[in-house]
Design a protein. Structure first.
Length: 326
């Protein structure tokens, strides 16, 4: 075969290979586009800015399980306690806004943003919805000497009593400080990890703990703790005979809320997918039963579209009461 014919044959073969590769690539494009468009296509990191075992951790794990069942991917829980929830929130805000990180944002952390004092602001996050709301109360060890809220108040005006709270700047602090303004001597002791906060009461390291009844349900049912008062405008379900702070001259009532958020800048389409999945999970019978067990408000859920307004109102409530603190 002549050199010209060999060259021509080689060129023809190369052209056929290139054409075949081009066709194969074109055939693969629809699949590639589908793989790129599918969301979520890998695990989503679920940051809980509190220690394991507390209310934020429990509700996050419940939601994570429901999301996994619905979306077919895993939501590994990452507990990052510290700084009244801000250590975990910093982890979220330092993650890329790629739709593969989200966090539990609660009322205690909201308190640290009041007055512009936080290192970040609400505009830095985008909500997927508020998933649970509960009234806050004061709890003591079951065999504590105080039988009623009046007993506790009378003693607190004579002696310094230690109160376990989630952290400084939180609604916990605000609700306790309104009693100190009227003569009580409660000393605030922050515990970032829920287990330490609960143990502080049982071990005698604190006299009182600020918490939600649902989060302490196992301690209440086993008669290790009992509530003395709730900061609520209506009786706490399951504890209807327990005093309400408003009836004793303490009108500040900031309920605990727990929401799920992503970093601002996340693709709105990804946010919409996750918000819809969260709403589906919260409206499930499984989660409704969970809310009942946790003694939470039956109408706890606030959808993503209304959560920004909810956050703004909560922040305004906290800021208005911070002025009373001073």
């Amino acid at each position: 075969m002549s050199r010209d014919r060999l060259t021509s044959h080689a060129n023809s073969r190369r052209s056929l290979l290139l054409a075949g590769a081009s066709m194969a690539g074109a055939a693969a494009l629809p699949g590639m586009a589908w793989a790129q468009d599918k969301y979520p296509s890998r695990p989503i990191e679920f940051i809980v800015p509190w220690g394991a075992g507390g209310g934020a951790d429990q509700v996050s794990r419940r939601i994570a399980r429901l999301l996994e069942e619905d979306l077919g991917t895993s939501f590994p829980i990452i507990n990052v306690p510290g700084a009244t929830g801000n250590t975990g929130m910093s982890k979220l805000l330092n993650s890329p806004p790629d739709g593969y990180s989200m966090a539990t944002f609660i009322g205690d952390t909201m308190g640290t943003l009041a007055g512009g004092g936080g290192r970040w602001k609400l505009d830095d996050i985008v909500p997927l919805g508020v998933i649970i709301r509960q009234p806050t109360g004061l709890f003591v060890k079951n065999d504590a000497k105080w039988k009623t809220f009046d007993d506790l108040l009378a003693d607190s005006r004579k002696n310094e009593l230690k109160v376990g709270i989630t952290g400084f700047g939180s609604p916990d602090e605000i609700q306790v400080m309104q009693m100190n303004q009227k003569g009580s001597k409660f000393r605030l002791v922050p515990f970032a990890k829920p287990g330490e906060r609960y143990a502080s009461i049982l071990g005698g390291h604190a006299d009182v703990v600020v918490e939600q009844a649902g989060d302490l349900r196992s301690f209440l049912e086993s008669n290790q703790m009992r509530p003395l008062v709730f900061f609520s405008d209506q009786p706490q379900r399951g504890h209807e005979k327990v005093a309400l702070a408003k009836d004793h001259g303490f009108p500040i009532m900031i309920s605990q809320f727990r929401s799920i958020v992503m970093r601002a800048g996340t693709d709105p389409k990804q946010v919409a997918v996750m918000a819809a999945a969260v709403e589906k999970a919260v409206r499930s019978d499984d989660f409704k039963n969970y809310l009942e067990d946790e003694l939470a408000f039956a109408d706890s859920f606030v959808p993503a579209a209304k959560t920004d307004a909810f956050f703004a109102n909560e922040l305004k409530l906290i800021e208005s009461n911070l002025q009373k603190k001073s």
